[in-house]
Structure formats: C-alpha cells, structure tokens
Design a binder for this molecule. Structure first.
Ligand code: CIR
Length: 254
C-alpha cells in the first residue's frame, strides 16, 4: 500500500518526563526536536503530506501518536491507551482524524489498546497482548476489524512493551523480528530477518513507499535490510529510545 499522509506531534519540553523502562538517562529536548524534524523531513521526501500537530505539554508521551489510533483505508479506530497517563491523548487525535475519516470507531473500557501492539500484514492484523493491550481491548479491536473487512489475531507477549517493539512487516512476506518474537510459531510462514539482541531496537522500523526507514546506529541490521534491494534510510532517534519509543511510534500513517 502506498502511504499519502502522516500525522506527527512536535515534542514538548515535558517529554523528558515521559514513561520509560529504559535506563538510558533523560532525553535532551533540543536534540529530540532536531531528530523529530529530520523524521518529518524523511517522510516528506517520500512524498507523504505530513500533518504536524503542536506540542501538547499536558501529555509528555503525546509524541508517540501511533499508540492512540489504528488507521486503515476503510476506517480509523481510536484506542484506549493502557497507561492511564496517556488516555487523554486520544481526544486531540480524534479531532484531527475527523478531517480524514468518516468512519471512526472506539475502544471502550475496560478494554485497553496501544496501537504500537498492532501490526498490519496485508489484510490481517496481529495484536500483541501486553501490559498495555488487554484481552477486552484486543477482542473489541478484532470485532471492529472484522466489521471493516479485515482479519485479526492475538499474540501474547512476555516482556516486550509492544508487539512492534520486536516486529515489522516489510512487504513481500518479509518480517523483521527480534527478541521473544524470533522463531515465534505465529510467524513461521514468513521469511524473516532475525535481529540480534544488541540491535533489537532496530526491529521497530517502517517500510514506506518502497524504502525502509530504520534507526541510525545498527550496522548489522542495516546490512541485512540493504540486501532486500530497497533503499534504507537511517534516522537518529536516540532521544526517543530513552523513552522506549521506536521509529514507528512517532507517526500515524495512511
Ligand atoms: C510509553 O511508555 O508509552 C512511551 N514512553 C513510549 C511509547 C512507544 N510507543 C510505541 O512503541 N508504539
């Protein structure tokens, strides 16, 4: 599928207090702003129109817009983020999405879903069951996707924050996988690029309009991606990594 639009949110200074389990220190705000600007530029260079939402200081994690909604060509689903401090992020995203989607559905309590747990592979959606996405949320999402004409299934996670922390679909039946998702039975039918433990952050990458976008600094993975023949574009995301945020989390795309 060809992407035409991306929604991102400029980091607010309060981002340095975002949720994290990483032991990498606090992000440097100015550096994060520069990295974010380059992320936007890369998407624009790939012919996407990028809608840049203003910083929202009420929500330090609001840069990670991907978690707040699932976008498909047939409709959007507003999630109910698993972290209570992030629940309020969805209101602004809903408002933005009304410009682009007539059909907007919602995940309701007691369900929780972070869309970082949802990986689309053609017309099927894999949903990670994690500390952020619970059974009720996943079942609501499966029902909603079914109504939209898609199939979906769940994958229980052991320790990963999100499903897409360790898996990315690169098209042509090729999957990048890391950590507990390596050799996972649910993914047995895919061709796989298995990412080493040292480079597992690079498993959160994106295939956009023929190019592979990946975080900078992971040379073994970069070489494996280059072998696919697709252009590989690196973006330094060190400041977002400090908040457990990966490359895909920074945008909503359709
Ligand atoms: C959080 O813990 O919610 C944020 N600090 C990071 C969210 C990353 N989002 C994603 O992987 N989809």
């Amino acid at each position: 599928m060809r992407f035409i639009l991306a929604i991102v949110r400029t980091p607010c200074p309060e981002m340095v207090d975002g949720l994290t389990t990483a032991d990498l220190g606090k992000p440097e705000y100015e550096k994060a702003l520069r990295q974010h600007a380059r992320y936007v530029q890369v998407l624009e260079n790939l012919d996407l129109e990028v809608v840049v939402l203003p910083p929202d200081k009420k929500f330090p994690d609001s840069i990670f817009v991907e978690d707040t909604a699932l976008l498909t060509p047939k409709g959007a689903v507003i999630t109910r983020p698993g972290a209570p401090s992030r629940r309020g992020e969805t209101a602004a995203i809903r408002k933005t999405l009304t410009t682009y989607f007539e059909n907007i559905r919602n995940i309701k309590a007691p369900g929780t879903v972070d869309a970082g747990d949802i990986m689309q592979v053609e017309s099927h959606f894999y949903i990670g069951l994690s500390e952020r996405t619970n059974h009720s949320g996943a079942q609501q999402m499966i029902k909603t996707l079914d109504e939209l004409g898609y199939s979906a299934s769940t994958i229980p996670l052991k320790s990963m924050l999100h499903l897409k922390s360790g898996a990315a679909y690169l098209g042509n039946n090729l999957l990048a996988v890391a950590g507990e998702l390596i050799d996972h039975p649910e993914f047995a039918h895919f061709e796989q690029i298995k990412i080493t433990a040292e480079e597992s952050y690079a498993a959160n990458c994106l295939s956009i309009n023929g190019s592979i976008l990946m975080p900078a600094g992971y040379s073994v993975t970069r070489a494996a991606f280059q072998k696919t023949g697709h252009p590989v574009i690196e973006i330094d995301l060190s400041e977002f990594r400090k908040l457990d945020g990966g490359l895909s989390c920074l945008s909503l795309r359709f």
